[in-house]
Ligand binder design. Structure first.
Ligand code: CP
Length: 310
């Protein structure tokens, strides 16, 4: 296996070869050991400066990238759009070029516009890592989800993963579909028909609108929240109606003739798409996903830093 990624930037899972994903997950295994040692730090990126540019709110991704950078001994700058000169009308490219002029080597960016990371990668001279662009892709979330499934089940090949909820507005769903299919899993989606885009049939995804049937089909269920902030119209009658048909709760899990792994990328809306009993229950790996996120992001940063001089 090549020890270098074939891509200079991480813009989306769609651009990655299976070998790239395998290399990231293999490297993340090493970093998972590192972050569980008494001394959780390695000097790998001590000559590298990284900026985290967040134009949209985040808890997990932002802190996880920052921690991953610090665990690798990089110098870290954090940028929040609301307190910057973006509010005075500065463009994205001008903002980033000014930051790069301060001798910054890599850019991690979350942005509300789909395609923002690719746009930037074509206009500035730096490594760009997409930390979520609109409803398009969230590549490190998909990589950490795959890593978490591998940790729990030993393999991804041949497993059936069902993604439930607001598929239409979800960058997590799209990146997970690309990632899991490349790794040999079968992927299904479940939700109200209004929240399932038609193009999914062309991606070879199993589409199911009945949650109980969807749960019986899968080995792993990944629950998504309803992204009200991205919805311009009402896609279902009410939260109560949604909960009745699409909430993961103990009754639904107990009615299965098998145990399934429960995942959620966060943030959770407790009592809407998932009950607390299930989110905090024995089959949930939700906090393991968060731990995996640091190791996977360390792997991505480490591997792409090796390409930063290209
Ligand atoms: N999963 C995820 O992207 O969470 P944040 O929005 O908190 O980063």
């Amino acid at each position: 296996m090549s020890k270098m990624l074939r891509v200079k930037h991480l813009l989306g899972i769609k651009d990655l070869h299976r070998e790239d994903i395998d290399l990231i997950l293999q490297t993340a295994d090493t970093f998972l050991d590192v972050i569980n040692r008494p001394i959780k730090k390695v000097p790998s990126l001590r000559d590298t400066t990284i900026v985290n540019l967040f134009f949209e709110n985040s808890t997990r991704t932002r802190l996880s990238f920052e921690l991953a950078e610090k665990r690798l001994s990089a110098d870290v700058l954090n940028f929040t759009a609301s307190s910057s000169s973006v509010s005075k009308g500065e463009t994205l490219v001008d903002t980033v070029n000014n930051i790069l002029a301060m001798k910054v080597d890599m850019v991690v960016m979350r942005h509300p516009q789909a395609g923002a990371a690719k746009f930037l990668s074509e206009r500035v001279d730096s490594v760009i890592i997409n930390a979520g662009d609109g409803a398009h892709e969230h590549p490190t979330q998909a990589l950490l989800d795959a890593f978490s499934i591998k940790r729990k089940l030993g393999t991804i090949e041949g497993k059936r993963v069902m993604i439930v909820g607001d598929i239409l507005h979800s960058r997590v769903a799209l990146s997970n579909i690309f990632c899991l299919q490349k790794l040999g899993a079968e992927v299904g989606v479940c939700g109200p028909p209004t929240l399932i885009p038609r193009y999914l049939n062309e991606l070879g995804v199993y589409v199911e609108t009945n949650l109980q049937k969807a749960l019986q089909w899968c080995d792993v269920v990944n629950m998504l929240r309803i992204q009200l902030e991205r919805q311009d119209i009402q896609y279902f009658p009410s939260n109560r109606e949604y909960t009745k048909h699409y909430q993961l709760n103990d009754n639904r899990l107990n009615a299965l003739d098998k145990k399934i792994v429960v995942m959620h990328p966060g943030p959770i809306n407790r009592g809407i798409e998932i009950t607390s009993d299930v989110a905090d229950g024995p089959h949930s790996v939700i906090l393991d996903q968060v731990e995996s996120g640091v190791a996977v992001r360390m792997a991505v940063l480490y591997l792409l830093a090796g390409r930063s001089a290209d």
